[in-house]
Design a binder for this molecule. Sequence first.
Ligand code: CAA
Length: 265
Amino acid sequence: METQQSEKKYENINVEKSESLVGIVRLNRPIGMNALSSSLMKELLEALNELDADDEVRCIVVTGGDKIFSAGADIKEMSNIGTIDALKRGNLDYFDNIRKITKPIIAAINGYCLGGGLELAMACDILIGGENSKLGQPEINIGIMPGAGGTQRLTRAVGKYKAMDLILSGRLIGAKEAYDAGLLSRVVPDESVLIEAKRLASEISSKSPLAARVAKECVLKAFDTTLKDGLEFERRNFYLLLGSEDKEEGMKAFTEKRKASFKGR
Ligand code: CAA
């Protein structure tokens, strides 16, 4: 897949775009095991917002590279921050803002994916893990608890009893256990993680971006509403798509037995 580097220069991340309408953000802080410092999170959000607004991107991949996804919040930075400072800085707000990204985001996970790193992955939409990846919420080992969505998203993903086990023991789990628990969408050999994530992202990018956006919104809605309201939300959005050019094109292409070309209108 041909890729093109972003013109914008970041210190803690790299950003690329591929010809197949995929944006790739790579966390790049090897010294601290891709620990999520405030400056990394600020840059990550800036890049995600830019890719979200870019018509040449339809799906985003977030990766930490082939060795490690992220060891979580930057403990060295956090050790100097007290309650009031943390509140003022609002670092954890970055995680809420990831939820506002309208395009599908795939987390491509190799190696450790811990604490805030797992919370970052869980703020994405699809999680692809390498066979030897290790996931967990080990915050309890350093006297704190997950603070960027872990107690909520992990519980919704794997259920109360597994979430309690992981959050209260702080133990790390391997890819198979994470997949069996419903935390990983797919497990692939370590060396195939990014390839598989980019392949899936290209596949998603070939669909209607409008349908993908609305489908993502509806799935996310399931996390914060009742079934009755969620079904109503889904139905209205389904009707909305019936008025789109992409629906005309998709159904026309089906009857003409050709590949649809979606424009996102
Ligand atoms: N923050 C800052 N630095 C970190 C880090 C982190 N989260 N994780 C690792 N590092 C640093 C280490 O301090 C070490 O630096 P030095 O070489 O300068 O000593 C370097 O990365 C390598 O780490 P280790 O020597 O520990 O490597 P290892 O292979 O023996 O162990 C590890 C790897 C299991 C990931 C271990 O480093 C570890 O347990 N890290 C902490 C994981 C953690 O507790 N994450 C949760 C953070 S809190 C959080 O995320 C809160 C939240 O919900 C927002």
